[in-house]
Design a protein around this ligand. Sequence first.
Ligand code: SF4
Ligand code: SF4
Ligand code: SF4
Length: 288
Amino acid sequence: MNEHNGSRFAHITKAHPCFNEKVHDKVGRAHVPVAPKCNIYCNFCTRNINDEENRPGVTSCIMKPDDAISHIDDVTAEGPISVVGVAGPGDSLANEETFEFFEKLGKTHPDLIKCMSTNGLLLPKYADRLAELGVNSVTVTINAIDPDIAMDIYSFIKYEGKVYKGYEAAEILIKNQLEGVEKAAKNGMVVKVNSVLIPGLNDEHIVEIAKEVKKRGASLMNVLPLIPLNKMKIYKRPGCSMMEKVREEVEEIIPVFRACTQCRADAYGIPGKKSEDHHLGMTPQSHY
Ligand code: SF4
Ligand code: SF4
Ligand code: SF4
């Protein structure tokens, strides 16, 4: 990490619960569910609108950017929110509303850290635009950098008006994810890479992802256990010992974030403090 990257990293991580385990139970983040559409098909993904499930891809509603700004007005008045993120429930970059939201947020709440997560397919295309909007941190989910492995994780991608499947889809996605990490980091964003650990498929491969993304400028990795849903229902959720082994291997290469409990696309509050972590379905919806 050069000096410039070092100070940028320190500034963001001081107040970001997803980049600093020490503040995961002290400062808050708010997700705004403004991005329902997705441009790829991950075989484990099931997006859902409900109030019950506690996992990514779930929200109790989809918001328009203006409603999302009102929501941020409310939650920042209620508690210590330092980060506002777009984390789906689809892919942030596949929805124009994400950009509209960040533009408005920059005007109404210029001091909040702007964060988003993406599958990375459109990150090379939009990294400059995100930097112009003042987005500070990006999480890119990369589950394989070998197309032979990725083919079993993704059914298809939709890219520049065309649907791609199989090896070709995997190749395009991986190329864009890695270029996207590099471009986002060069543009001044702090980049975290999430990898979903799928036993028997990528458990021995995640360390290779770590080596590559480190070269491309990522600062941090988060290894998440598969939640076996949809076409991956038959896979096992990885146990603690496998999670720990992979995290230790990855930690030899790049810092690993370990406090993540995989929150919803509409979560807000302090993630590491149960009594102060909320999501939208838990509060009256009358103001939407
Ligand atoms: Fe689901 Fe996210 Fe994959 Fe899209 S990128 S299919 S929302 S897990
Ligand atoms: Fe954390 Fe991801 Fe949300 Fe950013 S988008 S606040 S990294 S969960
Ligand atoms: Fe971010 Fe995970 Fe914490 Fe949620 S639980 S705020 S996704 S680090």
